[in-house]
Design a protein around this ligand. Sequence first.
Ligand SMILES: [Mg+2]
Length: 297
Amino acid sequence: MALMTPPRADLAAARRSLEGLSLGDAFGERWFPLFRPPQQARNEIRARRTPPEPVWHWTDDTAMARALQRVLDDHGEVDQDRLATCFALTYDIDPARGYGHGMHILLPELLTAPADWPTLAPELFEGGSLGNGAAMRVAPLGARFHADLDHAARQAQLSAEVTHAHPQGVAGAVAVAVAAALQVRGGFTLTTVADRTPEGPVRDGIRRAAAVPFTTEPWKAADLLGNGQRIRADDTVPFALWTAARHAGDLEAALWATAEGFGDVDTTCAITGGVVAAATGVDGVPARWLRSREPLS
Ligand SMILES: [Mg+2]
């Protein structure tokens, strides 16, 4: 069967977003204790000192975003069984990309029984994962379907359910996809995102973020909104979208501000990067950043 490009899909916007997502992921990963002690990391972020390592590897955020992108390229929309297969194969090829605990359980199971995601995903953590996994990979989907916000939200929901069955895991994905779509359209505000996010703690957090002035120091905003340390969507998405909205025209500034929040910094930077770059692309960041990021293909 011939592959079809879906109607109203903006492949260039999706690619810009994926580039930004992976750049944020790889940049954010540099600040973990594996690479430099926390106090040194804080000082270097404050001084805006670019990590000197020659290669910045991307992590599970990018691996899953690419898998989702492949399914959308091939099918034009989220085919959940195919997506389960693609996530499982991606994990099987390279499981050492920093996946969360739940994915180490679920993805090997999906490799042998991908069609069982409707029963396996909700069994995680008794009610399904409400972690960041669905939110961190979804910005390019929102960019791709920006022409129709309802469609973008629905596709984000479908993409989340395969691994993150908890309603708040899904809500995190919807919020990030809508933010990326609005960023491409030129109407990205936190209030607009909150209005289109399913009710619950993620939406409440985005509403709180909308009330935090952009003159607030990022570390202080992270104190108020969460920084992903609790590895939950409602602890991660509000701050990552706040910095994205604060620096919607400047990807480099957005990523530094997100890094100032510390916490689950590869994931917060992946979310921020995916949203901001959906409009800006990555051309504005220093060339050294782009050379250091592990290539995408
Ligand atoms: Mg990661």
